[in-house]
Design a binder for this molecule. Structure first.
Ligand SMILES: Nc1ncnc2c1ncn2[C@@H]1O[C@H](COP(=O)(O)OP(=O)(O)O)[C@@H](O)[C@H]1O
Ligand SMILES: [Mg+2]
Length: 284
């Protein structure tokens, strides 16, 4: 099966961790407390989209175009103003007091502005889900399905300062989202002050573990510590392993061989060991 093209996130270092990027037509949740970098993440995602010719839509309940431009200019992304005036990026602010009317207005707007490849950002989704209409699983599920029809969405969720992820406004998007990425800012100011972890990635491989990231002037979020993923990805040579084990390819059940070839393409530290163990089980 050929996998559909992944959606490049625009975050340096993240696509490798996600197995190539986001899956098309999914809702991807960025969870993080204030200052973690959720808004910067969202903008990077959209700028990558503009670069790839996608229609990009930014929706917020607290930031208008001016606020967005203040953020982008502080990072040196001066092209954003042009993107907006050229219609490549649309910025839409909804007012929190209108939040209960926003569902239909918002969907109408998204549908009218979308084309075949649309990137949507809702930064943040928290005020929306806190409104009465969105406290039920069915409502959030319905809304997410609409987003998936329209394009590939990134929505941000405010992580409560007390760390309680149990409230419906936090837990529902985490359950129902296709991919959940946790940005954590401990604030120690050292190497592991800011860390990124993929909590889940439906129907895709993703790297396990915690990756340090930085927010760099000019670049935005930069995820570090992925060098070993690249090494392993380039390093697994099935023929070499077979030779090492003294096993001929023709002696292995083709169905098993198919699985071996498949795991060899995943960028995982364990993949090589798993292949060796799997091949060994064939000769017990
Ligand atoms: N030009 C910059 N250079 C380095 N770091 C920056 C820059 N601009 C913002 N930041 C960092 O990004 C953080 C804010 O990121 P933001 O995406 O707005 O967070 P969130 O949306 O999660 O609240 C700031 O607290 C600051 O640490
Ligand atoms: Mg923000």
């Amino acid at each position: 099966m050929i996998e559909p093209q992944r959606i490049k996130t625009g975050i340096l270092g993240l696509d490798e961790i996600l197995g190539g990027g986001f899956v098309p037509n999914t809702v991807n949740v960025i969870l993080g407390s204030a200052g973690a970098g959720k808004t910067i993440f969202s903008i990077q995602y959209l700028l990558k989209g503009v670069e790839e010719g996608n229609k990009c839509i930014f929706v917020s309940f607290d930031m208008d175009e001016r606020d967005l431009l203040r953020t982008t200019k502080s990072l040196g992304w001066n092209e954003v103003e042009d993107y907006i005036s050229e219609g490549k990026l649309s910025v839409n602010k909804f007012f929190a007091e209108n939040v209960s009317y926003v569902n239909n207005d918002l969907l109408n707007l998204l549908m009218s502005e979308s084309n075949t490849k649309t990137r949507i950002v809702i930064d943040s989704f928290t005020p929306m889900i806190s409104s009465l209409n969105f406290e039920s699983r069915n409502d959030v599920n319905w809304f997410f399905n609409k987003l998936r029809e329209i394009g590939t969405a990134v929505i941000t969720i405010e992580e409560p300062l007390n760390g309680n992820l149990g409230a419906a406004s936090v837990s529902l998007p985490l359950f129902l989202g296709d991919c959940v990425i946790h940005l954590k800012n401990i604030g120690y100011g050292e190497a592991f002050s800011r860390t990124l972890r993929v909590i889940k990635h439906r129907s895709s491989w993703h790297a396990e573990g915690v990756f340090p990231y930085k927010i760099l002037d000019g670049i935005g979020i930069y995820v570090e510590g992925i060098d070993y993923l690249k090494e392993v990805k380039e390093g697994i040579d099935v023929n070499e392993i077979l030779e090492e084990l003294g096993i001929a390819r023709k002696d292995i059940d083709p169905k098993v061989m198919e699985r071996v070839e498949r795991v060899a393409t995943s960028a995982s530290e364990s993949a090589r060991k798993a292949i060796i163990d799997l091949l060994r089980t064939q000769f017990k």
